[in-house]
Design a protein. Structure first.
Length: 374
């Protein structure tokens, strides 16, 4: 429905340095994005920028918008539209009622969410989840998926969960905060310290005894042999990243059970990253007697690898006879999880998620549903 809806929603991509304003219709961007500095240290100027940005977008639209919907950093009470104390936008302190302010300014419903949540919702609607289900249908498999957990890997380690096209936010707007899980390699620390840009840089610099400020792209090119540097250290940096992410995902997906999609800047290193993630998730634990036990009930497949994708699509399907009759039914006994990359691009998925969330939650819409389950 969202991909054919004629209603217009104004959107914002909020970063610590710049705000990028736009609008969507039929699941597509319909105006040239307007980029403005965030003024991260000046609250009054920052709020003026946000109002000005949406005002300029509205002036470019072919019809009146029905809502404003966007991602904004947390912590926040997202349903109430109140932003808490932010690290990358330090002007926000003590609780800023951003959503209600914009509702007063524009007379529209305003929806604010975490970028990890909206990324996952976008991929569930028009990205990785429908792509997997199409591939399963084409392969003749009876298996279908409704649950998608998404992670973003970049300056931070974000997460989100969509179930049957709805977001799971939790009672405190704090669900899926995967970044603060325990770090497997440094148990006294949290997962983001091993699953972010700074983690790749730290591991490489320590292993290579390097003091140069290399970007993750530089380190990736070194690992691929395309740039001079310590290749072994570069490979180790991404392997450590994958092991940390895989451990956090194994704990998460043991509880949630669904597909996993990866976005963010570090997803570009998937060739080095994903094998370590999948190996960790398919690893084992031990009983106190020393016997091996599978880490997860479901087997995990890297759907970016053609061989793994083929096995994932095939599953363990077979025909079984219905007792008391000669009728046969198709049965797939293999419990499995697919993990792969964004099919939309991270920014595009966030925008689509914001757009869809607004359309599903505009008050008074006949036949609407909540768009969120807690």
């Amino acid at each position: 429905m969202q991909l054919t809806d004629q209603r217009i929603v104004m959107t914002l991509d909020a970063g610590g340095t710049n705000f990028v304003f736009s609008a969507m219709q039929e699941g597509k961007e319909i105006v040239e994005p307007i980029r403005m500095p965030s003024s991260a240290h000046d609250l009054a100027r920052c709020l003026e920028t946000i109002v000005d940005g949406f005002t300029r977008v509205r002036e470019c639209l072919p019809a009146a918008p029905v809502a404003i919907s966007f991602a904004f950093p947390g912590p926040a009470d997202y349903p109430a539209g109140i932003i808490g104390d932010l690290a990358n936008l330090p002007a926000f302190r003590g609780g800023v009622a951003l959503g209600p302010m914009l509702e007063d300014a524009f007379g529209l419903p305003v929806f604010i969410n975490n970028d990890g949540d909206l990324f996952t919702l976008g991929e569930a609607i028009g990205g990785y989840l429908p792509w997997i289900n199409r591939r399963l249908e084409e392969a003749g498999s009876p298996k279908r998926y409704k649950n998608l957990f998404g992670i973003t890997l970049g300056t931070g380690f974000g997460g989100g969960l969509a179930r049957d096209g709805q977001l799971y936010l939790g009672d405190n707007s704090a669900a899926c905060e995967i970044w603060i899980m325990r770090n497997k390699l440094f148990p006294q620390s949290f997962a983001e310290e091993g699953a972010s840009i700074r983690a790749v840089q730290r591991v490489y610099n320590d292993a290579a005894d390097c003091r140069e400020a290399l970007s993750p792209r530089d380190i990736y090119e070194i690992a691929e042999g395309n740039k001079p540097g310590n290749r072994e250290a570069a490979i180790r940096a991404f392997r450590h990243l994958g092991e940390t992410v895989g451990d956090a995902l194994a704990n998460t997906m043991t509880l949630l059970d669904g597909l996993v999609v990866i976005g963010g800047g570090l997803a570009g290193a998937a060739r080095l990253l994903l094998p370590a993630v999948v190996a960790e998730m398919n690893g084992s634990l031990q009983t106190l007697a020393g016997d091996a036990v599978r880490r997860m009930v479901a087997r995990v497949y890297n759907t970016e690898d053609e061989n793994d994708l083929r096995k994932f699509l095939e599953g363990g399907r077979k025909e079984v006879t219905v007792p008391g009759s000669g009728r046969k039914v198709l049965y797939d006994p293999e419990q499995r999880i697919g993990i792969g990359l964004s099919r939309l691009g991270t920014s595009e998925a966030v925008a689509l998620g914001a757009y869809a969330y607004a359309l599903e939650n505009i008050p008074g819409r006949e036949g609407g549903r909540t768009g969120v389950f807690r």
